[in-house]
Design a binder for this molecule. Structure first.
Ligand SMILES: *Cc1c(COP(=O)(O)O)cnc(C)c1O
Length: 374
């Protein structure tokens, strides 16, 4: 997609905030426990390569992504650390992963057989690193029972010329909830699975951000640190107690491209859904739903000069209109996420308005928005 480099509308990414969030997480880990920074979905919208480079400086020793293409993007940028693909990859491309030293997640014995066959048949035989996923209660991917895991382990052993058992992991469904019954249930299942593993692989990992913040138990030697690196609370507003302050790394700013006095009775935008009930100043900004500002944002307030200004009328594809408290010239800065004067808007504020979570907000901004690193 074309990137809007020549308009004033950007995601401003604060690399110092990223750095300190990751450093704080890393400093809390026991000696020998590693932090892999999760940079899937273009680093949660922040730019995967930039985030990875900052994470490396802050002490991350590896990265997690969702799909193989994302792993290759990091390799092509010259990053040489371990990279784990968290989703299930087609065994047909196992050879590409092996050749690029990318570790893959595996959740079935079928997969192991297919991949082993293809790796042995490849021109240049290379060893593929495997992390076994255990489904302890997330219900998404992974082995279902310790018996299935046993079978996988013996298949890995039988194919050790092409497959290396590098890791084993699970994922918690409720680590961000104040109620920890289900978390405990999953953790017990994890222990049951682990009782059939006689030789632990290099990486045993169970923690996402929420687990690392609030359940610092857990029997692993690596964490998969995601959302909190970006300065966001994985629970939204549910658990407010944090072991260190999280600094949001992303702001979204733009400027008024147009501003006018609208007479009482005139309407604004498609469908004429808003009608001025008095003479009022209306500004236009150059972002819309094609940039990841959904139509459902109508009525949400953005910041101009420290004032909350409601989005009036429908959000268009590329522009939207806001009601100003007084005249502001075109070129005046508008903040959609971030600080303006003494006021601020967080990704959680946007998420609340849209009835979703901050994760969806930050990775929903389109690539048309320029990322600016400060
Ligand atoms: C996305 C993901 C993470 C990171 O989760 P956060 O809540 O962002 O910390 C960790 N593990 C797996 C398996 C994931 O899919």
């Amino acid at each position: 997609m074309t990137v809007g480099n020549l308009r004033n509308a950007q995601l401003v990414i604060d690399l110092n905030a990223l750095y300190s969030n990751i450093k704080n997480a890393k400093d809390r880990l026991e000696n020998g426990t590693e932090l892999f920074q999760v940079v899937k979905a273009d680093g949660y919208g922040h730019g995967a390569v930039q985030v990875a480079r900052t994470a490396e400086k802050a002490g991350a020793t590896g990265f997690c992504v969702a799909i193989l293409d994302e792993a290759l993007e990091l390799r092509h940028a010259g990053l040489t650390q371990p990279i784990l693909v968290l989703g299930i990859t087609d065994p047909e491309v196992a050879v590409i992963a092996a050749q690029n030293n990318i570790s893959l997640t595996v959740g079935s014995t079928d997969w192991i057989e297919k991949a082993a066959h293809l790796l042995k048949a490849a021109d240049h035989q290379s060893v593929l690193k495997i992390h076994l996923a255990l489904d302890t209660g997330m219900g998404r991917i992974g082995f279902q029972t310790p018996d299935e895991l046993k079978e996988a382990l013996s298949l890995l052993k039988a194919n050790s010329d092409v497959l290396l058992f590098e890791g084993i992991f699970t994922h918690f469904a409720t680590a961000d909830s104040p109620d920890d019954d289900y978390f405990k249930f999953q953790y017990q299942n994890f222990k049951d699975f682990m009782s059939v593993v006689d030789k632990r692989p290099r990486y045993v990992h169970v923690a996402n951000s929420a687990t690392s913040l609030w359940h610092q138990v857990c029997d692993g030697n690596m964490i998969r640190y995601g959302i909190s690196a970006y300065g966001l609370n994985p629970s939204g507003r549910e658990i407010t107690k944090l072991p260190y302050a999280l600094q949001p790394a992303l702001s979204l700013t733009t400027e008024l491209t147009f501003s006018k006095l609208v007479k009482k009775g005139r309407s604004i935008g498609y469908g004429a859904t808003y009608t001025a009930d008095s003479d009022q100043w209306i500004g236009t900004i150059p972002v819309g739903y094609a940039d990841g500002i959904p139509r459902a944002m109508q009525g949400f307030s953005v910041l101009v000069d420290g004032n909350f200004c409601p989005i009036v009328g429908r959000v268009c594809m590329d522009q939207l209109m806001i009601r100003l408290p007084k005249q502001y010239e075109y070129g005046t800065q508008v903040t959609i996420i971030g600080k303006s004067g003494s006021a601020s808007i967080s990704a959680d504020d946007v998420a609340d308005y849209l009835n979703t979570i901050s994760y969806e907000v930050i990775c929903g901004f389109s690539s048309r928005l320029r990322r600016k690193y400060v």
